[in-house]
Structure formats: structure tokens, C-alpha cells
Ligand binder design. Structure first.
Ligand code: ADP
Length: 578
């Protein structure tokens, strides 16, 4: 009920349109009475009293009223569709806006495919409640009441007889509506799961092909798709039993009505025209009842979808996104003070970390996979907040600073070097929306990317392809370095690529990175000997704990875990620094 009220409130955002649509529904409904009324007049007056002169006027009134009803119906369909599209747009945009404001943590436990399913399927399904649901339900109730009123005016006794099947139908449909709701929910969840698998598999299509796991992927998809079918079939099976049952009860009522009608006509208590009028009106009385089938399905499905949409809309926003301190400028002094963090209840991922970077310094983070290096960067971007301890930037605690401001000061170059499927120019302008082409080219030059961009067929207007698929790993990396250069941030977070690049590309990327690193504080997850050798400070992480800290020379001299790691990890580095 609460969900229904909430959806109704949304419709009130378009008061004129919803009011007009409702008014037309009422008029259409009242005009329903023309057909039984005209029929009765034909039987009792024109035939009964032998008045051929009334045939044409009566038929004209009937046809005119039916025409008006259908015209209103057309208008109403048009209005309803346009209202529905507006509502869908409104909720879809609201949902997308919300998704952008949710914390990164939320996306850890909600798959992209599922989220896409909510935006693409659940929003329109929820809105159908409004159009098919509320509008038609109101029209149906109204039609029912008007027809009952008309019948009572003809004969209240025959009306009572006609209504006998009603309580049985009401009990059956209410019971089914309650019972089918969890079934629809399961069916809807199965569809989401299927979408999630599809999205995942399409994103990883190269891996699937490379590992030739197509059969396994197909099997997973097949299983998920079958589940959708099975869950939906459970509801359909129920429907197949319930709705013929409803029709049986309703249609048996006709026989009952005609039988009693005949009895009262023979007893001269009712005119023949009235009985025929009852028969015609019966269609209009039970039309709304038979529509309850689709209506209740729309309602149940819509409520389930609306619930899923509202659940996202009700998730709290990422805290401190816009509010918080916005210092004049950042010099890039970073300090971690006894910082601990864990993604879940388990053992901490970062354990009592204390380290400092002076403005302009490069801090190299090294350690085995899973040691917590990326997590340190995630804490600096505030994608996650420490469980205990503090991070200070220029002496200001990070959790008092506006996240928006903080992220404006950050350059983040990840291994994946994500490019959006739009032109290179637009991809680069993400970093600085008002950059001129000259600035863009200067950044591309410094990132050693100008050459291949110039050689691309459309230069800066070249479209990057899905996930930047048109460019090679080394090219994408240099483009994302160019993007960071354009942003010119005081604090740089860098995740060096692990993927092997050929020697020439490697040199170009290294040069670009050096251009990028100069004059700013830089935290780099280092995979290359040259990087650690040049770093002002190397932090060695082991299971989230800082085990050693110092320059390359100091740590080698120490002969501890860094020296060993250096031997194991960087032994095959193609480009050790001179
Ligand atoms: P590194 O960058 O050193 O390879 P990470 O910082 O990525 O290590 O990961 C440290 C640990 O935290 C790993 O055990 C990893 O499985 C875990 N981890 C990383 N990201 C998440 C996440 N979003 N949710 C839960 N655990 C995570």
C-alpha cells in the first residue's frame, strides 16, 4: 500500500495530465450505458408500441454516443501513453542520478547487470501500475458501480441475482493476487540474475574466448535462462487454473440471471426489453471483472518492480560528497596516521599504517598481490574510509574535506585506463572541460600520445570504442596519462601497468609517466625497478602492514624483505634505471 501511495504521489507531479485522463475515463464509463438503454428502447418502445418513426432517431443517438466514447478512448490512450513516458523518464533519470551518488562500496555488492535491469525493466514495469493499473482500475470500479446502479433502477431483484457470483470471484482473485506476488518477485529476480550474467559475460567475452570456456559460459546462461522460464511458468500455471475458474463462475451467473428474468417476465413483473437490457449490461458489468486478471498481474508485477526501484532510491547517498571543507589549494602533503581498514568484518586489509609524503615526493608502494596497495589508493580517493586512524592532507583530516573537492585535486591513472565509447576529445575533456585543442595537444605530446592520435583517421574526433577497444593497452595508458596531465592535479595516484609492453612502448609510457610525476606528490603502485629506484620513499606492504620504509639504496642495504622482493619481482624488469 505504501508503495502504491508513493507511485500515486509521483503521478501528481503531472496534475493536469492525470486529471484530464481521469475525467475522460469517467465520461467513457458513463457512455457505457447507451447500449443497454438503446436496446431496451428498441424492444419495449419501438417493437412493443410499434413506433417505426423512432428507429432512426434512436439508432442515431446510439451510434453518436458510441462514436463519442471511442473518440474519448483514443484521446485517453494518447494521454496515458505520454504520461507514462514522462513518468518513466522522470524516475529513470532520478535513479541514474542516485546511482552516481551511491558510495563505491554499494557497487561491490550490486552487479552492473542487475542495476541495468532495474533501470531498463523495473522502471517501466513499475509505471504500468499508473496507466494500466490505477487508471483502468478506477475506470473499472466506476463502470461497475454505474452499471449496477442502472440495473437496480430496472429491477433491484434481478440485480441481486446477477451479483451472486461476485463474492466468489472476489475471494478467488484476492487469494490468487496474494499468492502470486512472491512468485512474480522470484521471476523478476531470476530475470535480473540472467541480465547480470549476460552483462558479465559480454564484458569478459575476450577472456571467455581466450580460455575457450564458451561451453561453460553457455551452460551458466542456459541455466539462468531456464530458471527465468521456470519461475514465470509457476505463475502462468496458477493463472491457467484461476482465470478459467473466474470465467466459469461469472458465466454461470448469466444463466441464473436469464432464468430469473424469464420467470419475472412470465409473471408480468418485468418487461422483455429490461431482460435484454440486463443481458447487454452484463457484458459491461463483467468486463471490468475479467480485466482484473491483467490488472492484478500488472499491479503485482509493478509493485515488485517499484519496490526494487525504491530500494535503490532510498539507499543513503555517499556521505560528504559536496559538503565539507574546500581549502584554497592543495600543496600535496599527505600523512597516514595509524590507519586501519577492512572491507568486511574479517581481518584488516590495512593494519595500523603510518606514512608521510612531502609535497612533490613520489611514494612507491610495493608488495605481493593482495598486500593492500590498491586499498591505500582507495583510501586516498575516499572510495572507502579508514576503520580507525586518520589521513591528513596538508594537515587537514581527510574526512572533513568535501569529497568532490578532494577528487578534483586527484589524478588517478589506473592499470585499466578506462576510455568511454566517445571521441578522444570528449574523453580528454573529462579532466578539464574547458581545455582548448592546443592544451589537449600539449598534454598528448607530453604523454607521448600525439603521434598515434594524429595518425588516427579522425584525430581527436576518433571514437574510442567500447572500453577504448580501438586502442592498444600502451596507447590507452598514454591517453589516460594525457588526461591526468590535462587535469594537472597536485596529487597523483598511479597504478603502473603490469601487462608486458614491448620495449619501445614501455619507454614511451615511462617517459610520459615521468613528465606526469614531476612537481607533484605521487603515490605509485610500482611494478618496475626504474620506478622504485627513482622514488623518494618506498613503502613495503605485507598483508596490509608496513614492514619497511626508505629509499631503494637504504632498503637494499638493509637486506630485508624489500631486497628479496626486488630480486624476485624486478629480476626480469626490461628497463632497469641506469
Ligand atoms: P594489492 O593492490 O596489493 O594487490 P588490494 O589492495 O587490491 O591489494 O587488496 C587487498 C585485499 O583486499 C585483498 O585480499 C583483496 O582480495 C581485498 N579486496 C580488495 N578490494 C576489495 C573489495 N572491493 N571488497 C572486498 N575485498 C577486497
Amino acid at each position: 500500500m505504501a508503495i502504491l501511495k508513493r507511485i500515486l504521489r509521483l503521478t501528481f507531479r503531472f496534475p493536469l495530465q492525470s486529471g484530464l485522463s481521469l475525467a475522460m475515463a469517467v465520461t467513457c464509463t458513463v457512455l457505457v450505458l447507451v447500449l443497454p438503454g438503446v436496446t431496451m428502447r428498441f424492444v419495449d418502445v419501438i417493437i412493443g408500441q410499434k413506433r417505426p418513426d423512432l428507429i432512426i432517431p434512436t439508432a442515431s443517438v446510439g451510434i453518436g454516443a458510441i462514436l463519442l466514447r471511442q473518440l474519448l478512448f483514443t484521446l485517453r490512450t494518447y494521454y496515458n501513453n505520454s504520461l507514462e513516458l514522462k513518468l518513466t523518464h522522470l524516475i529513470r533519470v532520478e535513479l541514474y542520478d542516485k546511482l552516481q551518488r551511491l558510495p563505491v562500496k554499494w557497487f561491490d555488492s550490486n552487479s552492473s547487470g542487475e542495476i541495468m535491469s532495474r533501470v531498463a525493466n523495473d522502471v517501466p514495469t513499475a509505471n504500468r501500475i499508473m496507466i494500466e493499473g490505477v487508471d483502468q482500475a478506477i475506470a473499472a470500479i466506476l463502470q461497475f458501480l454505474i452499471v449496477v446502479g442502472y440495473m437496480c433502477w430496472l429491477s433491484w431483484q434481478l440485480t441481486l441475482v446477477t451479483l451472486i457470483p461476485l463474492p466468489f470471484i472476489a475471494v478467488l482473485t484476492t487469494w490468487w493476487s496474494r499468492r502470486s506476488e512472491p512468485m512474480w518477485r522470484e521471476s523478476s529476480e531470476a530475470t535480473s540474475a540472467l541480465n547480470a550474467i549476460l552483462h558479465d559475460n559480454l564484458s569478459g567475452i575476450r577472456q571467455i574466448k581466450a580460455y575457450t570456456v564458451e561451453p561453460q559460459a553457455l551452460e551458466t546462461f542456459d541455466k539462468a535462462s531456464r530458471k527465468v522460464g521456470e519461475k514465470t511458468m509457476t505463475v502462468m500455471r496458477g493463472q491457467a487454473l484461476v482465470w478459467p475458474g473466474v470465467s466459469f463462475i461469472a458465466e454461470s451467473g448469466i444463466i441464473l440471471m436469464v432464468a430469473f428474468g424469464a420467470h419475472w417476465v412470465l409473471a408480468d413483473q418485468l418487461s422483455k426489453g429490461a431482460v435484454i437490457s440486463f443481458l447487454v449490461a452484463w457484458g459491461f458489468l463483467f468486463d471490468p471483472i475479467s480485466r482484473i486478471n491483467t490488472l492484478s498481474q500488472t499491479f503485482t508485477k509493478g509493485i515488485v518492480s517499484a519496490e526494487r526501484v525504491f530500494k535503490i532510491l532510498d539507499t543513503p547517498d555517499e556521505a560528504n560528497l559536496t559538503e565539507g571543507i574546500r581549502p584554497e589549494r592543495m600543496t600535496g602533503h599527505v600523512r597516514f596516521e595509524n590507519v586501519s581498514f577492512s572491507y568486511s568484518e574479517e581481518a584488516p586489509t590495512i593494519n595500523d599504517l603510518t606514512l608521510e609524503a612531502q609535497p612533490g615526493e613520489t611514494v612507491a608502494l610495493v608488495g605481493a598481490t593482495g598486500a593492500g596497495k590498491s586499498t591505500v589508493l582507495n583510501l586516498l580517493t575516499r572510495f572507502y574510509d579508514p576503520t580507525s586512524g586518520h589521513i591528513l592532507i596538508d594537515g587537514v583530516p581527510l574526512d572533513t574535506i568535501s569529497k568532490e573537492w578532494l577528487r578534483d585535486q586527484l589524478g588517478y591513472v589506473t592499470q585499466e585506463s578506462f576510455l568511454f565509447n566517445t571521441t578522444l576529445r570528449e574523453n580528454l575533456l573529462l579532466a578539464k572541460h574547458d581545455a582548448s585543442d592546443d592544451e589537449i595537444w600539449a598534454a598528448l605530446e607530453a604523454a607521448n600520445a600525439a603521434g598515434f592520435v594524429r595518425a588516427s583517421p579522425d584525430g581527436l574526433a576518433t571514437v574510442a570504442g567500447e572500453r577504448g577497444g580501438r586502442f592498444s593497452g600502451g596507447e590507452k595508458q598514454r591517453l589516460s596519462i594525457a588526461r591526468a596531465l590535462l587535469k594537472n592535479p597536485p596529487l597523483l595516484l598511479l597504478d603502473e601497468a603490469t601487462s608486458a609492453l614491448d620495449n619501445k612502448t614501455e619507454r614511451l609510457v615511462q617517459e610520459a609517466l615521468e613528465n606526469l610525476r614531476s612537481d607533484r606528490t605521487c603515490f605509485v603502485i610500482a611494478h618496475r625497478l626504474s620506478t622504485v629506484q627513482k622514488a623518494d620513499r618506498i613503502c613495503v606492504l605485507h598483508h596490509g602492514t608496513l614492514v619497511e620504509q626508505g629509499t631503494h639504496a637504504e632498503l637494499i642495504r638493509l637486506g630485508g624483505s624489500y631486497a628479496k622482493l626486488c630480486e624476485a619481482t624486478f629480476a626480469n624488469d626490461p628497463r632497469p634505471a641506469a
